[in-house]
Design a protein. Structure first.
Length: 147
């Protein structure tokens, strides 16, 4: 009976240990529902019959694409580049083109557009017949800029 008694005690100990393990695992999952992240999640899916919960189509200001004047109207050789120029709307590409700006040591801002236009803000726009990377006049301006 000693063996049987030991088996019974051992079986009871294993049974209790297994029960404790199952309960522990079950309870561990309960705490997840009360996390800070789950409190902000909706508990139901919005339906089309509930107009107050439908998502809006208006993007947030951070997601909106900037707008500006048409590039073909801004980048005209001989015209003056506006001091507040930050970019333009490129009709060919159908998107806003951010200003490519070089900060000069003098405080001026030298701006380029595409491969052949350049100007300092508030100054006359120049158009190069060759790409700016090979244009000697642009190289001199860039060197004097100290960018």
């Amino acid at each position: 009976m000693t063996r049987t008694g030991n088996r019974t005690r051992l079986g009871t100990r294993l049974g209790m240990g297994a029960l404790a393990l199952v309960l522990g695992l079950a309870l561990a999952g309960c705490g997840e529902d009360e996390s800070p992240d789950s409190a902000t999640e909706p508990t139901s899916t919005p339906t089309s019959s509930d107009p107050t919960t439908e998502p809006t189509a208006t993007p947030s200001p951070a997601e909106e694409e900037p707008t500006g004047p048409d590039c073909s109207e801004v980048w005209v050789a001989g015209e003056v580049l506006a001091n507040n120029y930050n970019g333009c709307q490129d009709a060919e590409k159908g998107k806003f083109v951010q200003a490519m700006t070089y900060h000069c040591s003098s405080g001026q801002r030298l701006v380029t557009f595409r491969r052949n236009f350049y100007a300092a803000k508030g100054e006359v726009i120049n158009e190069s017949k060759t790409p700016l990377a090979r244009d000697q006049e642009f190289k001199k301006v860039l060197a004097s800029c100290g960018a």
